[in-house]
Design a binder for this molecule. Structure first.
Ligand code: HEM
Length: 491
């Protein structure tokens, strides 16, 4: 009996080894240069990272293949083959020209847990339907409606900065700006007063921090399952959103929608537009509203807060650029009768250049994927990848490649002087039909924050910030560790 059990175990072990060997032979069989994987994580050496650390990982892939003079290379995440693209021409082919073969991202979702189903994770026809439906709430006209709400929120930030200036304190910039963007997203999207300045532990701020910073061991295990065994996780209905976050967020949205419908309340916000769409006969369930508003919340505050923080950091390091930008901001303010109407914020040229350059050097989304939805042959190459294979766009690697951006570590807004010139490798908001739907909202929020701050304060480096800045490997949205601190001096 013991011999039989031993034989059974040995056979299973041999079969499993052969299976893994076969899986890890994917790129070799296609003659694609690749990085040697190890079971079970493939080329990802980190087992239980907070945010999968995919940004830094993709930078490592980029550097490895670039050093070998390659334009693409194969890697494995878990057992799955991923193709890393280094050539902007190939990136264009995947994102735009042959988009129909790469409609999906391949990001985890399961219909068993509605909060995981949203525009970022949806696939094929479901994604197309959602994109068409929600495009109408992201137009410039709709942004203008939300702009006034946003302006109200930025005022709440000023007493905190005044106080830091008066007491010569070092400001934790990311925390301060994230409180503004949480207020702004909370008010513009859900019509909720989050009050993050009056109460630093306001419910929405706590929720925001929880999403990006707090993971129990059970959360990490679930996350691991959804990344490395997504099919099994989908089948069982495992969520990659922390249960407390799911519960709190769903409750807030459900109660707000029900209250508005019952009391016929109409507000100038995003949720109102969704309710109007629903009432005009567009099919929309409560689960759908929860999933989509959840992604707008998490995509909306952290990315904008990082971009604003890193622009302020660079301006503190580059006082000449700061003075130049302040001149533009002040003259725009005066020209508009001491106000910043929506158009004036969006049209300031040097402000646009400064934000574009920050998005190059510090792209909040350091990498994003596409999944091939049908077998695909790369034009002009002897390479066919199968349905289900993932393609990685290594944004950070491309944005910091000296071949495209000489002296890439230097923050230089003059790179974007010619506003009509399309840069060869620039993807802060992705590209093609599946690019970022919220880019207008984000730019409005970031530029309003910067213009308002620069009107009232000079920003200086603080000795608390350790230089050179180091990227935090444990976050999904680009973050530096330790966090950026600056000094704000009232003008
Ligand atoms: C600086 C701020 C932001 C950055 C850098 C950013 C970046 C990105 C990137 C790189 C993608 C993937 C694009 C692709 O795959 O081609 C994306 C997708 C997306 N973003 Fe943003 N984003 C920002 C702000 C926002 C905001 C404010 C919202 C909503 C309020 C938002 C909602 C979304 C959604 C829903 C998608 C998925 C679109 C689709 O699949 O159709 N983002 N974003």
């Amino acid at each position: 009996m013991l011999t039989e059990i031993a034989i059974l175990f040995a056979s299973v072990a041999i079969l499993a080894t052969l299976f893994v060997k076969y899986k890890y032979g994917y790129w070799k069989r296609r003659n694609v240069p690749y990085l040697e994987p190890t079971f079970p994580t493939g080329n990802n050496k980190r087992f239980f990272p907070k945010g999968f650390a995919i940004g830094q990982l993709s930078q490592y892939f980029y550097d490895e293949f670039k050093a070998r003079g390659l334009k693409m290379g194969g890697v494995f995440l878990g057992l799955d083959p991923n193709l890393v693209l280094l050539d902007p021409e190939d990136v264009r082919t995947v994102l735009i020209k042959d988009f129909n073969s790469f409609v999906d991202r391949g990001i985890y979702m399961t219909n068993k847990v509605p909060i995981t189903v949203h525009m970022v994770s949806q696939r094929g026809p479901e994604w197309r339907n959602a994109r068409v439906k929600y495009t109408s709430v992201f137009t410039s006209a709709k942004m203008k409606i939300m702009y006034d709400t946003m302006k109200g929120c930025i005022k709440n930030m000023m007493p905190t900065l005044d106080d830091s200036s008066d007491r010569n304190l070092d400001v934790d910039v990311m925390d301060t700006i994230a409180r503004f963007t949480t207020d702004s997203v909370g008010a513009s999207i859900f019509g909720l007063e989050c009050n993050c300045f009056k109460d630093p532990d306001a419910e929405f701020r706590k929720l925001g921090r929880h999403i990006f910073e707090q993971f129990s061991l059970a959360d990490k295990m679930r996350f691991f399952m959804t990344v490395y065994f997504p099919k099994l996780a989908e089948e069982i209905g495992i969520s990659n959103v922390q249960p407390e976050v799911t519960e709190k967020f769903s409750k807030i949205i459900k109660e707000t929608v029900e209250f508005r419908e019952k009391n016929n309340v109409s507000r100038k916000d995003f949720l109102d537009m969704l309710i109007q769409l629903k009432n005009s006969g567009v099919q929309m369930t409560m689960d759908e509203i929860i999933g989509q508003t959840y992604i707008f919340f998490i995509a909306g505050f952290e990315t904008s807060a990082t971009t604003t923080t890193m622009t302020l950091f660079e301006l503190a390091e580059n006082q000449e650029a700061q003075d130049r930008l302040r001149e533009e901001v002040m003259s725009t303010f005066e020209k508009n009768n001491n106000d910043f109407p929506y158009e004036s914020i969006m049209e300031m040229k040097y402000l646009g250049q400064a934000v574009d350059e920050t998005l190059r050097k510090w792209p909040p989304v350091q990498t994003f994927p596409r999944t091939c939805v049908q077998d695909y042959k790369f034009p002009g190459k002897n390479l066919t990848i199968e349905k289900g294979t993932k393609v990685i766009i290594p944004v950070l690697g491309l944005h910091r490649d000296p071949d495209y951006y000489p002296d890439p570590e230097k923050w230089n807004p003059d790179r974007f002087e010619d506003r009509n010139k399309k840069l060869p490798a620039y993807y802060p908001f992705g590209d093609g039909p599946r690019n970022c739907i919220g880019s207008r909202f984000a730019l409005m929020q970031i530029k309003l924050a910067l213009a308002t701050i620069l009107m009232s304060y000079k920003v200086f480096p603080s000795p608390v910030t350790k230089k050179p800045l180091e990227l935090d490997p444990d976050t999904f949205v680009i973050t530096v560790k330790p966090r950026v601190h600056l000094k704000f001096k009232k003008i």
